[in-house]
Design a protein around this ligand. Structure first.
Ligand code: 4NP
Length: 149
C-alpha cells in the first residue's frame, strides 16, 4: 500500500502527515506500507520542512524528515492513495493530467470527518501547527483502520 500526502508547499502539512502516519505504522508493527509527501506548488522544492512544523512534531515524538518535492504525473500511477490536505489542493490534483478520482481523496473526508480542510498553518502562529498535528494524529488512526479493512 503506497500513500502520498499532498499539500501546497510540502513543508508544513504533508510532511507532518507523512511523519505521523509513518510513526503510527511503526508503532503498530505493520509492514507493506510506503508513505511519502509532495506539494502541488514548486516554491519550496528542495527545502526541508518548516522549522515550526519540525518543532511542534518533535514535542510529540514525531520525526519529520526529507525535503520538499512537487507532485509529478508518475505519482498517479505509483501511489494507491493520494490524500490532499485541503479542498484547494484536492481540486488542483484532480485537474492534473492522469489524476484518478478513485485514488485522489481529501484526507479528512477519508478520515470520516467530512468535507473539511487541514488548515494551512504557514501564515499563522505556532498554535496552527499543533492544531494540524491534532487533526493528523486523530485522522491517521481512522485512515489506517480504513485502509487495513
Ligand atoms: P503547506 O504550507 O502547504 O502545509 O506546506 C504552506 C507552505 C508554503 C506556502 C503556503 C503554505 N507558501 O505560500 O509558500
Amino acid at each position: 500500500m503506497r500513500i502520498l500526502f499532498v499539500c501546497l508547499g510540502n513543508i508544513c502539512r504533508s510532511p507532518s502527515a507523512e511523519a505521523v502516519m509513518r510513526g503510527l505504522i511503526e508503532r503498530e508493527g505493520l509492514e507493506g506500507f510506503e508513505i511519502d509527501s509532495a506539494g502541488t506548488g514548486d516554491w519550496h522544492v528542495g527545502s526541508p520542512a518548516d522549522p515550526r512544523a519540525i518543532a511542534a512534531a518533535t514535542e510529540r515524538g514525531v520525526a519529520i524528515g526529507g525535503t520538499a518535492r512537487q507532485v509529478e504525473p508518475a505519482d498517479f500511477g505509483y501511489f494507491d492513495l493520494i490524500l490532499a490536505m485541503d479542498r484547494s489542493n484536492h481540486a488542483n490534483l484532480l485537474a492534473m493530467e492522469g489524476a484518478d478520482p478513485e485514488k485522489v481523496r481529501l484526507f479528512r473526508e477519508m478520515a470520516g470527518e467530512g468535507d473539511l480542510d487541514v488548515p494551512d498553518p504557514y501564515y499563522g502562529g505556532e498554535d496552527g501547527f499543533d492544531e494540524v498535528l491534532d487533526i493528523l494524529e486523530r485522522g491517521s488512526v481512522i485512515l489506517l483502520e480504513t485502509v487495513r479493512r
